[in-house]
Design a protein around this ligand. Structure first.
Ligand code: TPP
Ligand code: MG
Length: 322
């Protein structure tokens, strides 16, 4: 599949934006500026960038505790980072008025139904969104971003079963970073090929290199096309690499320094950069310019968030529904 130059540049910028955003968060978390827990997806950016580059604004995604990249990618490169970072700082100007924080982001204007910290919920909620899309006779699709550990929860089976039985326009996108918190995938399952899980539901399963944004983009394009045509759900297993801990502050005693270094070698950003230089899409200085532009965008977003007020205590029960 030949991918348009503009799309390649778009995905490169997207990965750089997600990386810059999360590296900023890591720094701010260490400085005590972010409340609660923080789970970063540094190293996994090719997945949201390649998947969401195939989605329309009216398609729906759901995500997890590790969802910043998915939200940014669904919004596209024009999506402003300031309200998102303000939300994670817990500020009144945040995307969700400072009440959602890092783990429960939502933005219906761009089709982000919700981020959910409870494992598996992303899948069952996305199945619901896919059912709505089908029921209303639209060709919208829903994508659930989940992790490998989530494949061992009941909700995974419930969501996959309904998606199969009702032929829903759903993509279950599993970012397999080989760990669920501190537990290696090799300890929690005896499967070597996670797509076998999909076979149990008679749903096609596709394994891809989740550190290669081009491979992600191409596989996602096929899954989205199937869903739009009414041919049902697809399960995608993307092998990827979480460069940082499960949460910020995680001492990572469950993996060796060598295993962590392996992860750095698979970094999707230098990989695409090298490729785009080789094929003449951009030059080194042009690539550097993209990074500088993103840093400027990030600095402005941080300034906005830092200067924003905290929500007033009396607002704590507004927007709460029983
Ligand atoms: C139902 C449920 N059980 C346990 C937890 C605690 N928990 C939080 S993150 C996590 C690991 C998730 O692993 P994975 O699905 O691979 O996602 P990753 O963190 O690697 O992105 C667990 C077990 C939870 N949030 N929800
Ligand atoms: Mg995982």
């Amino acid at each position: 599949m030949a991918i348009a130059t503009e799309k390649l540049l778009d995905m490169y910028r997207m990965m750089v934006r997600i990386r810059t955003f999360e590296e900023q968060l890591a720094k701010d978390f260490a400085d005590g500026k972010i409340p609660g827990f923080l789970h970063l997806s540094v190293g996994q950016e090719a997945n949201p960038a390649g998947m969401c580059a195939n989605l329309r604004a009216d398609d729906i995604i759901t995500t997890t505790h590790r969802g910043h990249g998915h939200v940014i990618a669904k919004g596209g490169n024009q999506y402003p980072l300031a309200p998102l970072i303000a939300e994670i700082y817990g500020k009144k100007t945040g995307l969700n008025k400072g009440k959602a924080g890092s783990q429960h982001l939502s933005d219906l204007d761009i089709g982000v139904l919700v981020a959910e910290g409870i494992q598996g919920t992303a899948l069952t909620l996305a199945a619901g969104a896919a059912l709505t899309a089908k029921f209303k006779g639209t060709d919208r699709v829903a994508v659930a971003f989940i992790g490998d550990g989530t494949l061992n929860t009941g909700r995974f089976h419930e969501g996959m079963n309904m998606a199969s039985a009702w032929k829903l326009p759903l993509i279950c996108y599993c970012e397999n970073n080989l760990y669920a918190e501190t537990t290696s995938i090799y300890e929690s399952t005896n499967l070597t090929d996670l797509t076998n899980r999909a076979a149990a539901f008679n749903i096609p399963g596709v394994a891809i290199d989740g550190n290669d944004v081009i491979a992600v983009y191409e596989a996602a394009a096929e899954a989205v096309a199937r869903a739009r045509k009414g041919e049902g759900a697809t399960f995608m297993e993307a092998r990827t690499c979480r460069q940082r801990g499960h949460f910020e502050g995680d001492p990572q005693v469950y993996r060796t320094r060598e295993q962590r270094d392996e992860c750095l070698k698979m970094d999707p950003i230098p990989r695409l950069r090298k490729k785009l230089i080789e094929i003449g899409t951009f030059t080194e200085p042009e690539a550097d310019r993209i990074h500088r532009e993103v840093v400027k965008e990030m600095d402005e977003a941080v300034k906005f968030a830092m200067e924003s007020p905290e929500p007033a205590p009396e607002e704590v029960l507004t927007d709460v529904y029983a």
